[in-house]
Design a protein around this ligand. Structure first.
Ligand code: NAD
Length: 245
């Protein structure tokens, strides 16, 4: 049997990158997956996967999040993957940049957890996986001021949820990737004046000498969603090609 047989999972930002790879891994292991994103065109790539329901969900829209939770009810695994990488030092960061990143990377995650938790509790528990990064309280990465601050907040939120709901069967862990090949990374690289050099620089900060793949992160998310990780909660799991070695 698959590692997620009989489980229902919801993934945000499932249209591409780590979210999509996680949706594919969950399906492969027998889960029923509700794959959500704001980009329905890209999300369509998952339409032929067995057991997948595609749903538009803008995690910044609090009413839409509540409505989704009301309609979907209990899930066994909730993977909060949506996030945005702002490029800039502290002096490059405007109030608007700060608020946008905190709204998407942290507040939306808080709202997703708050909306889905009651049904999960009623159902006897479940696993929440929150997307953080090595760029967080784990390490200062250049030009990641608000990104690092927001992903550090994700770790605090994760530990809080774990502490409060552990006795009621909820596990909550975070995943902290290094640099992972994804459409948005390509976009960030292409925004440099010299994209060829920029890609070399991204690779150079990975001690393993290459970028990570979305599938390598999805493997950790899958573990955390499955009962194989039943004895772990409130932790962060680094998959970073040796950045923190
Ligand atoms: P990505 O950035 O290429 O894709 C992000 C997806 O999020 C897109 O499909 C987009 O449509 C969706 N999205 C954007 N705003 C949304 C919203 N308001 N509601 C719902 N969905 C929304 O994918 P990625 O690079 O794999 O990043 C996914 C997560 O992983 C992010 O939280 C990111 O910070 C984190 N992360 C990525 C890397 C990396 O190097 N790629 C490293 C560490 C952490």
């Amino acid at each position: 049997a698959g590692r997620l047989e009989g489980k229902k999972a919801l993934i945000t930002a499932a249209a591409q990158g780590i979210g999509r790879a996680s949706a594919e891994a969950f399906v492969r292991e027998g889960a029923e997956v509700i794959a959500t994103d704001i980009n329905m065109d890209a999300l369509g790539a998952l339409k032929d996967q067995p057991g997948v329901t595609l749903r538009k969900l803008d995690v910044l829209d609090g009413d839409a999040v509540k409505e989704a939770a009301g309609q979907i009810g209990a899930v066994d695994a909730l993977f909060n993957c949506a996030g945005f990488v702002h490029h800039g030092t502290l002096l490059d960061t405007t109030d608007e940049d700060w608020d946008f990143s905190f709204n998407l990377n942290v507040k939306a995650m808080f709202r997703m957890c708050r909306a889905f938790l009651p049904a999960m509790l009623e159902n006897g528990g479940g696993s929440i996986i929150n997307m953080s990064s090595v760029s967080s309280s784990l390490k200062g990465i250049p030009t990641r001021c608000v990104y690092g601050a927001s992903k550090a907040a994700v770790l605090g939120l994760t530990k809080s949820i774990s502490a409060d709901y552990l006795k009621q069967g909820i596990r909550c862990n975070a995943v902290c990737p290094g640099t992972v090949q994804s459409p948005s990374l390509d976009g960030r690289i292409n925004a440099f004046d010299d994209p060829v050099q920029a890609r070399k620089d991204f690779i150079a900060r990975q001690p393993l000498g290459r970028l990570g793949t979305a599938e390598e992160i999805a493997a950790m998310v899958l573990y955390l969603a499955s009962d194989e990780s039943a004895y772990t909660t409130g932790q962060f799991f680094v998959v970073d090609g040796g950045i923190l070695n």
